[in-house]
Design a protein around this ligand. Structure first.
Ligand code: PGA
Length: 243
């Protein structure tokens, strides 16, 4: 795994955006795996700026997102479809028909998960997968557990994740308790992985990702088995790593 320590959030965001833009330049018809959350917002802003300046062109790219809350429509302002539209897709030259997010309102969640995985397969797999890290070690909504699931699946969010996500909702009760998430198998099949993390709250999980034992209790630790992972963190998130 390749670690890059940026000075701060702004620099992390810029480096991560440049990393992704470079991959898009190499392969304009790239399949990008994208993530939501607080961490990538700055990176997406930078990609929008680069796209405005014609430094990156998303017109041939396809995107697949990691997860979506069950029960929220794409119009709900806390759904991940809404997040992606408002933080990235509405502002870059991507064909929205080629942006995929699991359908949180699917009547048959299992069928939705199967077709999501089938779509990724039909696309030929993900070229570059962007990942944030949960402070509890989750990647996408693969939560710490005694087992992990290979394919996309319905998952129950842990209390710590519900609490972490409550900041985006008016009250804790409104935070969905279940989600559709890509599985660890889907994530590990990406050809390249880019992990971003910032702030002291991520220092423990970054340390475990870099140096910890591989365990389903820290799903991010699985990434140690992937052959092409780049981790871009700020100094605070790197603060528990041995200098
Ligand atoms: P965050 O979430 O970017 O909002 O910290 C990351 C995650 O939970 O995967």
């Amino acid at each position: 795994m390749k670690l890059i320590v940026a000075k701060n959030y702004e620099e992390m965001s810029k480096l991560a955006a440049e990393f992704m833009a470079e991959e898009v330049k190499k392969k304009p018809e790239i399949i990008l795996g994208l993530a939501t959350g607080g961490t990538p917002v700055g990176m997406y802003k930078e990609l929008i700026r680069m796209c405005d300046n014609k430094e990156v062109d998303f017109s041939k790219a396809t995107t697949v997102n990691l997860d979506e809350y069950i029960g929220l429509s794409g119009e709900h302002n806390q759904s991940y479809r809404y997040f992606m539209n408002s933080n990235l897709f509405n502002h870059i030259n991507i064909d929205k028909a080629k942006t995929f997010v699991p359908n949180g309102q699917a009547l048959d969640v299992e069928a939705e998960c199967k077709s999501y995985d089938a779509r990724i397969r039909e696309l030929g797999g993900i070229d570059l997968q962007l990942l944030g890290l949960g402070s509890n070690g989750h990647v996408a909504f693969n939560e710490p557990d005694t087992f992990l699931t290979v394919g996309s699946h319905e998952t129950k969010l842990t209390q710590s994740t519900i609490e972490a996500n409550a900041r985006f909702f008016d009250s804790m009760d409104e935070v969905p308790k279940t989600a559709i998430t890509m599985g660890l198998g889907g994530i590990m099949q990406a050809k390249k992985i880019l992990v971003i993390a910032n702030g002291e709250g991520k220092a423990d999980v970054v340390e475990k990702l870099m140096n910890g034992k591989i365990t389903t209790e820290v799903p991010a630790s699985m990434l140690q088995m992937h052959r092409d992972v780049t981790i871009i963190v700020d100094e605070a998130a790197a603060s528990k790593l041995n200098k």
